[in-house]
Design a binder for this molecule. Structure first.
Ligand code: DAH
Length: 335
């Protein structure tokens, strides 16, 4: 056998072995080993080509061409195999990391949730904001002026007895009603206006029972503009109650008295077979407008103040208002 034939067959044998080795490699490391073994500086191909020196000059290019072809084929195959291994690796990982999103959840930490009172206030606010009211707030420690005097309830007014007040020093008191917010807002803003005071705390020296708490929450509303009538008040209150508690709830207006409204009414809803008072309402008294510098001839207004805790009772079907402040988890977890 001539040297040319020997080398050629050595090269072919090498090529066959190399292809087998590439296919047998199943990790990137093994593949790199194969590359070094056959194509490395001291690899099999270099060794075979080392024998080229013995060849006559005319034969060398032939061997060179075959060697190049083998080298290229091998490189292509190494590359392909590398890609195939990478794909297989990715597929395996995806398989092992598959997430079944339909599996039932596991809760490691108990989730926080809104207190039934606050969820009721939130819902009431949604309704009022939907009716075009914006939010206004005031302090819980009030002056007698904002809580009573400016609301047409001077010191000697018998209506002060209606609200058993907790007085502080310096003519301050714990506000008995969020109606004080009306005065504060009107002092700072011109009509027309529509405001809602969302669930502020009010304080009274009251006896506790299933429907009374000495600290409770009121949702106050005030609308002032030209030409508002008692019909607007009734329509607004009815819409508010129906949107909040459902259209099936029976609403009743009862003529009543408040120093700061004329005429005045109390609003009841049918609840567990009895009428439950939700709060008071009325047309703003001209004296209240005078106290804030509005012209009672030019504008009229209506207002209401509802017990937020009572709304929560009806909304969540709770039958004792004391549960609202008990922090009993067995109760709270139901909402
Ligand atoms: N502030 C009254 C109370 O707490 C309720 C009330 C009555 C509020 C009439 C009003 C109103 O805004 O117009 O008993």
């Amino acid at each position: 056998m001539s040297d040319l034939e020997t080398l050629t067959s050595q090269l072919q044998e090498l090529s066959t072995k190399a292809v087998e080795s590439v296919q047998a490699a199943i990790t990137p490391e093994q593949l790199e080993q194969v590359r070094l073994e056959f194509l490395g500086k001291k690899g099999a191909l270099s060794k075979v080509l080392g024998g080229m020196g013995k060849l006559p000059g005319a034969d060398r290019p032939k061997i060179g061409a075959i060697a190049n072809e083998i080298k290229q084929t091998l490189q292509t195959q190494l590359e392909q195999q590398k890609n195939a291994l990478r794909q297989a690796e990715i597929a395996k990982r995806l398989e092992s990391e598959t997430l079944d999103v339909t599996m039932p959840g596991v809760m490691r930490f108990p989730q926080g949730r809104a207190h039934p009172l606050h969820s009721a206030i939130d819902r009431a606010l949604d309704v009022l904001v939907g009716l075009g009211y914006t939010i206004a707030q005031g302090p819980e420690i009030e002056t007698e002026y904002y809580n009573f005097e400016a609301l047409n309830t001077p010191a000697d007014h018998p209506a002060r007895d209606m609200q058993d007040t907790l007085y502080l020093t310096d003519g301050k008191l714990l506000r008995t009603q969020t109606s004080s917010v009306q005065i504060r807002y009107m002092e700072e803003n011109d009509p027309p206006l529509r405001i809602a005071c969302p669930g502020g705390r009010v304080y009274r020296k009251d006896e506790v029972d299933a429907t009374h708490l000495p600290i409770f929450h009121q949702i106050e509303l005030l609308a002032v503009e030209e030409g508002l009538t008692f019909g607007d008040l009734k329509g607004t209150v009815t819409t508010f109650v129906e949107q909040l508690l459902g259209e099936q709830v029976e609403v009743r207006f009862r003529a009543s008295y408040f120093p700061f409204t004329e005429p005045s009414a109390e609003v009841d809803v049918k609840w567990k077979g009895r009428w439950l008072e939700l709060g008071g309402c009325g047309m703003v008294d001209p004296n209240v407008f005078k106290a804030v510098g509005y012209d009672p001839e030019a504008v009229s207004g209506f207002a209401f103040g509802f017990g937020a805790d009572r709304i929560a009772l009806v909304l969540h079907q709770i039958d004792d208002i004391r549960l609202m402040v008990g922090s009993d988890l067995r109760f709270l977890r139901q909402f």
